[in-house]
Design a protein around this ligand. Sequence first.
Ligand code: NAD
Length: 258
Amino acid sequence: MSELTSTPATQDMAGLRAIVTGGASGIGAAIAATLADRGATVAVLDIDTATADARHIPFTCDVANANSVNDAVSGAARALGGIDIVINNAGIGAQGTVADNDDDEWLRVLNINVVGMARVSRAALPHLRESRAAAIVNTCSIAATAGLPQRALYSASKGAVYSLTLAMAADHVREGIRVNAVNPGTADTPWIGRLMDAADDPVAERAALNARQPHGRMVAAEEVAGAVAYLASPLSGSTNGVALAVDGGMQGLRLRPV
Ligand code: NAD
């Protein structure tokens, strides 16, 4: 975690009930903490709940498996007394060009990163339709539109998350359900930590990753969480179908981390 804290400016999410997939680590853990700090009750749905904060209700859930998702979402709805907010955050990385990943790997990653978000949303929709402040926020990525080298499969998966966000925003707005996304740049999380540790020189790799960002440092998970909290809260009640960049300006300035 960075030195940032998610000091609540308000309790504007008091009484709201949220599920956060992948909420036991990294960006998802920061989102769960920020929503809880702002008054929401949070259930964390993660394939590995061991590191979930004790403030949240943990549900073991593999977003790649329909039975697992249906069980976890209905369990969370029972435990929370309903669901107002769905944070589709669970996702995994994939490296290489289109030539480097075989069909099984393509289907495995798309199943988690894309179908997982559709699956969780589908299971939660009946509960969201009962809410007076329903919102879905999908963790997308600058990879959706940046054309990153050596990230063909990951980029395709996040491009699909962006399209899914737009389509769902159109489909469900008249039901009172808003659907938005965040596009983090490279964020300092355990996932990126593992990638840095695997480099020949982890310290040099960290410095290189920081230098590659427009503002000279990686994004903090808490900064992504702040954007997600805004999109999930009633304060963004007229915001629908956007992907908010949290990347130091990479997307807005049309830069690429080459
Ligand atoms: P992380 O590995 O630190 O955390 C991911 C969490 O998801 C873990 O708790 C993991 O157990 C869980 N998870 C993995 N597979 C799952 C599955 N099948 N079912 C349920 N839970 C599962 O990663 P992170 O960096 O925090 O990434 C979170 C999200 O942010 C991902 O969607 C990722 O694509 C996106 N993202 C990350 C970055 C970055 O630089 N870190 C940048 C842009 C987007």
